[in-house]
Design a protein around this ligand. Structure first.
Ligand SMILES: Nc1nc2c(ncn2[C@@H]2O[C@H](COP(=O)(O)OP(=O)(O)O)[C@@H](O)[C@H]2O)c(=O)[nH]1
Ligand SMILES: [Mg+2]
Length: 451
C-alpha cells in the first residue's frame, strides 16, 4: 500500500462539480506539484484551498482542493480531494495530470479496501459502503448506513465477547482447578450461555431474510396458463403497458419484467410465457424459462381464469411449485365464474380482474402480509445482508449447536473449548478479522471506481 492512488469519485458526465480523489503518502506532494496557489504541503489538515491545476505551464482548471492528513481520513492515509468543474474532458484531464505526476490509478473500491486494511473500518462496514452507494430505497439506505455505523458489527462482537468469557473461564478451570473464587465452569453455567448464543445466531439468520428483501427486493413471478391475464396483471401493477396483451394464447414468449415499490421494498415482477405444451420453438423456450423463473422467485402469483371449468392442470402446476409462497389470483371475475373454488382451499386465493383493476390492492396487501413488510420498517435494521455473512453465521451456529450436543453427552469441557474457539473465529471472519485475499478482491471489485 505504498503507492498513492487516484480516481474520479463522482459519476463521469456533465455535472457542475467533479471530485478527483488521491490517497497515499505522496498525495499532498503530488497535488502540490501541479497546483497553482498556496503551498499545500504547509497548510493545516482538513482545510480547503482555492487555486488552479496546471500542467506544462497551462491552466487545466480552476479548483478547490481539500487537504486531509493521516490518520483522521477515510483511508487513514493522507487524502487530497480536488473539486473541479464537472464535465468529462476537464475531469479526465486532471486525472491524466495526476497520473503523469506520480499517482497510480485506483482499482474499483480501493479507497474502501485501504480503509479496511488500515483498520479504519471492519469488513461488514466496508461491505455496507458498497451497499449504500447502490441502494435505491429508503429501507436499503437505512440498512446500509446502520451497518456502516457498526450496529451489525456490535451484535457480532457481543456474541464473540460471550465466547471469549466462556473460554477464559474454562481455561482458568483447567489451569487452576483448586481456585475457589473462580467461577466453576460446570454444565449448569455453560449450558445456558451456549443456548443463549444459539438463540442469538438463530435470530440473526431468521432476520437475514429481511436483510435480503431490503437489499435485493422480492422476486415475484406471474405464472399460469396462456390467456388467463398474466400480462394484463403485470401491466396493471406496473401502471404501464409493458407487456403485449392480446386474446391470442401464447402472446408472451419472452420474459417481461419491471419493478414497483411496496412499503419501501422493491418488487421485481416478472411476466412469463403461459405454461402449456407447444410445438412453437420460440414459445417452448419461453415456457422453459417460466419454469426456471418459478424456481428462483421468492413469490409466485399463480393466475387462473375465472371461466376455467377444469383446473386439474392448474392444480398440478401449483403442486410443482413446491412449498414457496404462492398467491392464487383468480382473474376475470367480471365474467361469470365456472370455477370450483373448493379445490383451491389449501391456497391463498384472491379474486379480481384487470378490466376495472379489482383485486390488485388486495394482492398487494397479501404480499405485505406474507413478507411481513409492515414490521420490517419498525425493526432495528441490523440484519445480515449478504450471502457471505449468512453462510458464516450458519457455520458458526452449526459449530455451537454441536458443542451443546457434546456437552449434553458429557464430553470433556476442554474439548468444548475448541468448538468455542472455532465459532469465535468464524464470527471473526464476518467482520474481517481473518480473510483471504480472493475474498477482498471479489468484494471490492463490485464497487465503483473512486470509492
Ligand atoms: N374479461 C376480462 N378479460 C381479461 C381480463 N384480463 C385480461 N383479459 C383479456 O384476456 C386476454 C389475455 O390477456 P393477457 O394479459 O395477454 O393474458 P396472458 O396470456 O396470461 O398474458 C386479453 O384479451 C385480455 O384483454 C379480465 O380481468 N377480464
Ligand atoms: Mg402474456
Amino acid at each position: 500500500m505504498d503507492s498513492t492512488i487516484c480516481a474520479v469519485s463522482t459519476a463521469l458526465g456533465n455535472g457542475a462539480i467533479s471530485i478527483i480523489r488521491c490517497s497515499g503518502a505522496e498525495a499532498i506532494k503530488i497535488v502540490n506539484s501541479v497546483f497553482l496557489g498556496k503551498n499545500l504541503e504547509q497548510v493545516p489538515s482538513h482545510t480547503i484551498h482555492y487555486g488552479f491545476i496546471t500542467y506544462q505551464n497551462e491552466k487545466v482548471d480552476e479548483v478547490l482542493v481539500s487537504i486531509m492528513r493521516s490518520p483522521k481520513t477515510f483511508t487513514t492515509e493522507d487524502i487530497v480531494e480536488i473539486n473541479s468543474h464537472g464535465g468529462i474532458a476537464t475531469t479526465n484531464k486532471i486525472l491524466e495530470v495526476l497520473l503523469a505526476s506520480g499517482c497510480i490509478l485506483a482499482e474499483a473500491g480501493e479507497f474502501t479496501k485501504r480503509a479496511f486494511l488500515n483498520g479504519r473500518i471492519d469488513l461488514l462496514e466496508a461491505e455496507a459502503v458498497g451497499d449504500l452507494i447502490v441502494s435505491e430505497t429508503e429501507s436499503s439506505r437505512k440498512l446500509a448506513i446502520n451497518q456502516i455505523t457498526g450496529s451489525l458489527s456490535n451484535k457480532i462482537n457481543n456474541i464473540r465477547q460471550k465466547l471469549i468469557s466462556l473460554q477464559a473461564n474454562i481455561e482458568v478451570n483447567i489451569d487452576y482447578p483448586e481456585y475457589d473464587d473462580v467461577l466453576v465452569i460446570t454444565e449448569d453455567i455453560l449450558k445456558p450461555t451456549l443456548i443463549n448464543i444459539i438463540e442469538e445466531l438463530q435470530h440473526l439468520l431468521i432476520d437475514s431474510k429481511n436483510g435480503k428483501i431490503i437489499k435485493n427486493g422480492i422476486d415475484v413471478a406471474i405464472i399460469g396458463q396462456p390467456n388467463v391475464g398474466k400480462s394484463s396483471i403485470l401491466n396493471d401493477l406496473l401502471e404501464e403497458n409493458k407487456a403485449i396483451v392480446t386474446n391470442i394464447p401464447g402472446t408472451t414468449r419472452d420474459i417481461v419484467e419491471g419493478k414497483i415499490f411496496l412499503n419501501g421494498i422493491i418488487l421485481n415482477i416478472v411476466d412469463t410465457a403461459g405454461l402449456r405444451l407447444t410445438n412453437d420453438q420460440v414459445e417452448k423456450i419461453g415456457v422453459e424459462k417460466s419454469k426456471d423463473i418459478s424456481k428462483t422467485a421468492d413469490l409466485i402469483i399463480y393466475v387462473i381464469d375465472n371461466t376455467t371449468e377444469k383446473i386439474s392442470v392448474d392444480l398440478q402446476n401449483l403442486q410443482n411449485l413446491g412449498d414457496k409462497p404462492v398467491i392464487v389470483f383468480i382473474n376475470k371475475d367480471d365474467i361469470k365464474t365456472k370455477l370450483d373454488i373448493n379445490k383451491l382451499k389449501d391456497y391463498q386465493v384472491i379474486f379480481g380482474n384487470t378490466i376495472n383493476e379489482f383485486g390488485l390492492e388486495k394482492l398487494k396487501t397479501k404480499i405485505i402480509e406474507i413478507f411481513n413488510l409492515e414490521k420490517i420498517e419498525t425493526k432495528d435494521f441490523s440484519y445480515l445482508s449478504s450471502a457471505r455473512q449468512v453462510s458464516l453465521v450458519s457455520k458458526a451456529l452449526m459449530v455451537i449447536e454441536e458443542s451443546l450436543n457434546n456437552l449434553n453427552m458429557g464430553i470433556s469441557i476442554d474439548l468444548i473449548s475448541i468448538d468455542l474457539q472455532n465459532c469465535y473465529e468464524l464470527l471473526g471472519e464476518i467482520i474481517g478479522e481473518t480473510y483471504k485475499e480472493d475474498l477482498l478482491d471479489e468484494l471490492f471489485s463490485k464497487f465503483c471506481l473512486g470509492k
